[in-house]
Ligand binder design. Structure first.
Ligand code: ADP
Ligand code: ADP
Length: 239
């Protein structure tokens, strides 16, 4: 059974416009998949349906054996501990330190907790430091997040998403706010750390070239429908 199965998924925010229509694909554990398409194609909405940040209107999402659309609140909370999220604008708590933001990932994304360091065991802190070290930002652990560059903040975002040891990370335009150099650094880290920890990764991107050089497989989305799904080398340069 695949880790994720999206079956004839349909979504609209208002009655007259369908943002996703008849979207079907499966992702196997360990895959690194890019979803590409122009702004407005439905990429964000697709990721939001997978962890049910928005309600699923038609079809099904099956994640890790769960029928996502039919879970109750408690089941949904449990499922979300297996899904890490990475955002374009990092979504860190600016006044908290790097290490606090990372540990914060253990609560999911709902709570804003100040002075949380004392709430964690030494093991958990060690795990957070392990990730910071892997991501090359250990030396910034006690700085406030808003003192870091965009690329460094996104590395904090990656660490926060991985601290709960999810099965999958969903990355919504993780490099759209970064310059080309910082973008490459982030993609390198994202790829190597998810491979090492054996975590499946889906990345929304609008840059075809980056998708092609980092992912095994590309899904092309246009106007809410899949227009390409295959190995990256099969995507022609003019698409
Ligand atoms: P992408 O990530 O590919 O840019 P989105 O999923 O963000 O695409 O948006 C797809 C379409 O859905 C766009 O037309 C956008 O304006 C619309 N949309 C996104 N979020 C909402 C929302 N919360 N309410 C209404 N329309 C939305
Ligand atoms: P980003 O590209 O950073 O996701 P967007 O402008 O696409 O930023 O969306 C920002 C927020 O506005 C999201 O929560 C999205 O759901 C919402 N949104 C996007 N398009 C619409 C829309 N047409 N109507 C209402 N809300 C929207």
């Amino acid at each position: 059974m695949s880790l994720l199965k999206v079956e004839k998924l349909g979504k609209s925010y208002n009655a007259d416009a369908k943002v996703l229509n008849d979207v079907s694909f499966e992702v196997e554990a360990g895959e690194f998949v890019s979803i590409i398409g122009p702004s407005g194609a439905g990429k964000s909405t697709l990721l939001r349906c997978i962890n049910r940040m928005v309600e699923i209107d038609e079809g099904k999402v099956i994640f890790d054996g769960n029928d996502v659309g039919s879970l109750n609140k408690k089941e949904l909370r449990k499922m979300r501990t297996n899904i890490g999220m990475i955002f374009q604008h990092y979504n860190l708590v600016p006044r908290l330190s790097v290490i606090e933001n990372v540990l914060h990932g253990r609560f999911g994304y709902k709570t804003t907790v100040q002075g949380i360091l004392g709430k964690f065991t030494e093991d958990e802190k060690e795990q957070a430091f392990y990730l910071l070290k892997k991501l090359g930002i250990e030396e910034h652990a006690y700085k406030r997040c808003d003192q870091l560059s965009g690329g460094q903040q996104q590395r904090v975002g990656i660490a926060r998403s991985l601290i709960q040891e999810p099965k999958i990370v969903l990355c919504d335009e993780p490099i759209a706010s970064l310059d080309p150099n910082a973008s490459k650094v982030i993609m390198d880290y994202l790829k190597s750390i998810t491979m090492e920890l054996n975590i499946t990764c889906i990345v929304n991107l609008h840059q075809v070239e980056i998708a092609r050089s980092y992912s095994d497989r590309i899904i092309g989305l246009s106007k809410g429908g899949i227009v390409f799904d295959g190995p990256s080398y099969r995507l022609s340069t003019d698409s």
